[in-house]
Design a protein around this ligand. Structure first.
Ligand code: FES
Ligand code: FES
Length: 162
């Protein structure tokens, strides 16, 4: 008879913000929950937990993803960058600096996801115009509606040719 309380576990190997780590977890654990609850990297936010808000955006092998939509086990062997891994020593990443200079946040809850998404938006070359930036940043919702300042920050950071 099957054991109803059995939860299959896996050990996930990741390189997170430049550090190799191995985390045993339930196979159903999302990358978001692994980062926040197991590695205590709470800069990545949980908004909707179903792929709609972008608050949980991280880089997975250099591409932006919603961490709530990725099973940790499926990311095994990957490189993950979170908002905590963006700055270099005491120097903010240029996109972080641009968000400060453009006053691109109010409550700040969406900001880590916005910044992680913006870094990739710029690398992908989707910064030809304000409208293009808005389109390619549209997966990141801001309930404070700081969109004009967010787009301005991305535009300014893109101009500095990251
Ligand atoms: S928490 Fe992942 S998209 Fe909203
Ligand atoms: S600054 Fe508040 S949700 Fe974006």
């Amino acid at each position: 008879m099957p054991d109803e309380h059995f939860t299959p576990e896996v050990t996930v190997t990741l390189r997170v913000n430049g550090t190799n780590t191995q985390v045993p977890c339930d196979v159903r654990t999302t990358l978001l929950d692994l980062l926040r609850e197991r590695l205590r990297l709470t800069g990545t936010k949980k908004g909707c937990d179903r792929g709609e808000c972008g608050a949980c955006t991280v880089h997975l092998d250099g591409r932006r993803v919603n961490a709530c939509m990725v099973l940790a086990a499926s990311a095994d062997g990957s490189e993950v960058t979170t908002i905590e891994g963006l700055a270099r020593d005491d120097e903010l990443h240029p996109v972080q600096q641009a968000f400060i200079e453009a006053d691109a946040f109010q409550c700040g809850f969406c900001t880590p996801g916005q910044i992680m998404s913006a870094v990739c938006c710029i690398q992908e070359g989707h910064t030809g115009s304000n409208n293009e930036i808005r389109e390619w940043m549209s997966g990141n919702i801001c309930r404070c509606s700081a969109y004009p300042q967010i787009a301005a920050a991305v535009e300014a950071a893109a101009r500095k040719e990251l």
